[in-house]
Design a protein around this ligand. Structure first.
Ligand SMILES: [Cu+2]
Length: 392
């Protein structure tokens, strides 16, 4: 007994020592400092009746929106999100990719960094976004709630963009998955049988499956653009499990940022994006639709990486050039269309590899890439006992 107690005291002092080092090594300004702008948001986690693919169900949402509200802040802002749980089950929100310097408790994974937010309870996430700029995402982090509870997290930079093209508009493109069944039932069944989950019934772009799925012609994204203008597509993969290819017919994409880090720009016919990842691309509306429909298909479908059954369907939307007359030419039913020839086939590992190899940090004077050039050989293995002693 005494031995055990002595050991635990030793561990306790060792923890104190490590925490001390951490505080000294990362002095981040306190968020209570009045010079930091504070951004307040209210998130109500609540049910909303939503219909897709002819199936109506109660969908878990934030503020009744699907996808959820977009958070837009400036680099350096303090963010305070008051989350109220209005459903009869636990929940949390994860700020996916935010570094959470000294605010690990605001990270969101239930039972890891925090206890879940119980029914009727309110919890305020409070963190400062330091030295990150670009696109990230937020999503629920309890069970499979992230299937419908997700949204864009946009951080405007303090300094001008490191690319010269004037951006006409910022367009979030958020991929997701839709199950006709209740996702809790899908998850329970998976746990019961120990296999993979039932495949989703559709992929979605901004919550819309597009006309290749049953009953979905009206649920199609149509993004209007002006000829000659350049747009920043803030692409987010909020799908649960699948890497996706994405392409826009007759257009190239210039990758400028991944996961809120600038990249050396490169132009590509398509992108590959993993779940939880974000990619900012520039798209110039440089086609001359003339008398044609002025509609270009944008499409996403999975990159096949597993032997398990998966949803092998394709979601599409349209890029639509504004007419000079202002007359709406194209409403459903859409003109004849086909998938973009530049969309990689599902087994295209060569494309996925080539694409990933092109990703390089910008590494400019303003945005240096400070990675350790030497790897220190570890002398001891350190074990970190769990500090959280709250029983949830
Ligand atoms: Cu996450």
């Amino acid at each position: 007994m005494v031995g055990e107690r002595g050991e635990s005291m030793e561990i306790f002092f060792y923890q104190l020592f490590l925490v001390g080092i951490f505080l000294i090594a990362f002095p981040v300004p306190s968020s209570s400092s009045s010079s930091i702008p504070v951004r307040h948001f209210q998130f109500n986690v609540e049910w909303k009746k939503v219909t897709r693919l002819c199936h109506t169900k109660q969908l878990l949402t934030v503020n009744g929106e699907y996808p959820g509200p977009t958070i837009i802040i400036n680099e350096g802002d303090n963010v305070q999100v008051k989350v109220t749980n209005r459903v009869a089950r636990n929940t949390t929100i994860h700020w996916h990719g935010i570094r959470q310097l000294r605010t690990g408790w605001a990270d969101g994974p239930a039972y890891i960094t925090q206890c879940p937010i119980g029914t009727g309870k309110t919890y305020t996430y409070n963190f400062t976004v330091t030295n990150q700029r670009g696109t990230l995402l937020w999503h629920a982090h309890y069970s499979w709630q992230r299937a419908s509870v997700y949204g864009a997290f946009i951080i405007y930079p303090r300094m001008p963009f490191p690319f010269s093209a004037p951006v006409q508009a910022h367009i979030p493109i958020i991929f997701g998955e839709w199950w006709n069944a209740d996702v809790d039932a899908v998850e329970n069944e998976m746990t019961l049988y120990g296999g993979g989950p039932n495949s989703s019934d559709a992929y979605t772009i901004n919550g819309l499956p597009g006309p290749l799925y049953p009953c979905s012609i009206k649920d199609t994204l149509i993004q209007t653009v002006e000829r000659g203008k350049t747009y920043l597509l803030r692409i987010i993969n909020a799908a649960l499990n699948d890497e996706l290819f994405f392409a826009v017919a007759n257009h190239t994409l210039t990758v400028v940022e991944i996961d809120a880090v600038y990249t050396k720009p490169f132009t590509t016919s398509a992108i590959m994006i993993a779940p939880g990842q974000t990619t900012n691309v520039l798209l110039t509306a440089n086609q001359n639709p003339g008398d044609s429909t002025g509609m270009y298909v944008m499409a996403a479908r999975p990159y096949l990486t597993s032997v398990f059954p998966f949803d092998n369907s394709t979601t599409i939307g349209f890029l639509k050039y504004k007419t000079t007359t202002g007359i709406e030419r194209n409403k459903a039913p859409y003109p004849p269309y086909s998938l973009p020839s530049n969309l990689p086939p599902m087994e295209d590992t060569a494309f996925a590899t080539k694409f990933s190899k092109q990703l390089r940090s910008l590494a400019s004077v303003d945005y240096p890439c400070n990675v350790p050039k030497e790897v220190e050989k570890a002398r001891n293995n350190h074990y970190w006992p769990k500090l959280a002693r709250l029983s949830c």
